[in-house]
Design a protein around this ligand. Structure first.
Ligand SMILES: Nc1nc2c(c(=O)[nH]1)N[C@H]1C(S)=C(S)[C@@H](COP(=O)(O)O)O[C@H]1N2
Ligand SMILES: [Mo]
Length: 431
């Protein structure tokens, strides 16, 4: 070991934030050991100064392809697809998941937003679709899409998570599937549309109104009762997703966005809002989306998604490429507001270090966390736990399981764990 390496090794030791090799990220950003620690970086560097010769790659010898009217991802990326449990195109009822472990940053590309349809994706003619606001209002209103477009708009970056997301963790055996299969009923978009408050104010809510029943224009006519308070707070009629008209799968031409609330309340293809003084006990809030408790009673109306996080790199299906420096990265979120802290453990929860929150930390949005790791090749158990700005921290899986009747899988937000074996393979475990 030369002098420089010795100093760097000492620096890394000083940067320790928790057991089993977790170090402060600044060590990764400045260490001279980094390129040595990632074998892949070194081989080609000497060629960088080379001028282009006869051995130039194919793509430098002929002109490239022409422009495209609507771009698509590189064909080299064709494995980055939604994850299906039923074959794509076979049926319109069920789910497809976002491949979270194959993406970076915090925004989900529209074409990879998870899907949950109760009876397929309707092909709605935007020129014929109307949104009605009626019931306990002074002026019942009907809005064409053109009429809605004339209202002042706002933009919110928010996640949507199905209440059934990660329900697989309620099963007794840890499933050996990718992080996308475990947690991919979760996506985050930039939504633009009209604040629901504005429309309700226009219609004039009567004194005794307390609930709003939202109904979709799909063949399931999905309906949910929503507290009026939420509708007057941050609810939105979303018309745009990541800058373009909302995709058919997400509710074209309009959906209800209820930031932080369980996915099913974000009614897609929204056709009416019926203002009432009581919930209607719609099929979609009695036959499911209730939580069975140990005593046999069921909880109804669990609105906000809990504080939660998952490590995506490394995760099942990936493997460590030998001892060295790694960046552990994942997503954290909470339906109650901003993520205030994410802690990572490499020793199965014995010690924890604070991860860096990189990129925007927005309320009710996916937040990227990163932690540096000096992995020496020892078997390790990686975990992450999020705390939100209301002070709520993710429970352990065992604590979460104890709260419900066996098999109840809605709103799972327990701590997740990956076992890293000495050979670098990654396994889902209940630690
Ligand atoms: N009209 C209607 N709205 C709906 C649904 C539906 O089937 N029909 N599915 C709900 C469920 S269960 C979820 S989790 C979210 C999924 O939204 P996404 O498909 O845009 O991801 O939409 C909700 N809104
Ligand atoms: Mo859902």
């Amino acid at each position: 070991m030369g002098e420089l390496e010795k100093t760097e090794a000492a620096n890394l030791r000083e940067e320790t934030v928790a057991g089993n090799g977790l170090i402060h990220r600044r060590a990764l950003l400045r260490t001279a050991l980094f390129s040595a620690g990632i074998a892949a970086a070194s081989a080609g560097t000497a060629r960088a100064d080379d001028s282009v010769g006869a051995d130039a790659p194919e793509w430098m010898k002929t002109p490239g392809k022409p422009f495209s009217a609507y771009g698509t991802p590189s064909h080299w990326q064709e494995k980055v697809q939604r994850i299906f449990t039923i074959a794509p195109g076979r049926a319109g009822t069920g789910v497809s998941r976002t491949p979270l472990h194959l993406l970076e940053g915090t925004i989900t590309p529209a074409g990879l937003h998870f899907e949950r349809h109760h009876n397929g994706v309707p092909d709605i003619d935007p020129g014929k679709h109307e949104l009605y606001i009626h019931g306990m209002v002074k002026r019942p209103l009907a809005f064409s899409l053109d009429a809605l477009m004339r209202y002042p708009m706002e933009t919110q970056i928010r996640f949507i998570e199905c209440s059934g997301n990660s329900g697989i963790f309620s099963q007794p055996q840890a499933a050996q599937v990718t992080a996308g299969e475990l947690n991919g009923l979760l996506s985050c978009s930039e939504w633009t549309g009209v604040k629901l408050f504005t429309l309700l104010a226009d219609a004039g809510i009567t004194k005794d109104a307390k609930w709003v029943i939202a109904e979709g224009a799909d063949a399931a006519a999905m309906s949910r009762s929503i507290p009026l308070e939420k509708c007057m707070d941050d609810a939105m009629i979303a018309l745009y997703q990541n800058g373009e008209a909302i995709r058919p799968e997400q509710g074209f031409p309009m959906r209800l966005l209820l930031p932080g609330f369980e996915g099913n309340m974000n009614v897609k293809w929204l056709r009416r809002l019926n203002v009432t003084d009581a919930p209607v006990d719609a099929r979609d809030e009695t036959s499911h989306y209730t939580e069975l408790m140990p005593g046999g009673k069921a909880r109804q109306f669990m609105f906000a998604q809990g504080a939660k996080s998952a490590i995506l790199k490394p995760s099942f299906g990936m493997s460590m490429k030998g001892p060295g420096l790694y960046e552990i990265s994942g997503l954290a979120w909470s339906g109650a507001g901003r993520v205030s802290k994410v802690e990572v453990s490499a020793d199965g929860g014995k010690s924890w270090g604070a991860a860096a929150l990189t990129g925007p930390v927005l309320p009710k949005a996916l937040t990227r966390f990163r932690m540096a790791w000096n992995w020496k090749g020892q078997p390790s158990t990686l975990m992450s736990r999020a705390t939100d700005e209301t002070g709520v921290t993710q429970p352990t899986r065992a604590a979460w399981i104890a709260e419900y009747a066996p098999g109840q899988g809605y709103h799972f937000n327990g701590i997740q764990s990956w076992d890293i074996a000495a050979d670098g393979t990654v396994k889902n475990v209940y630690a």
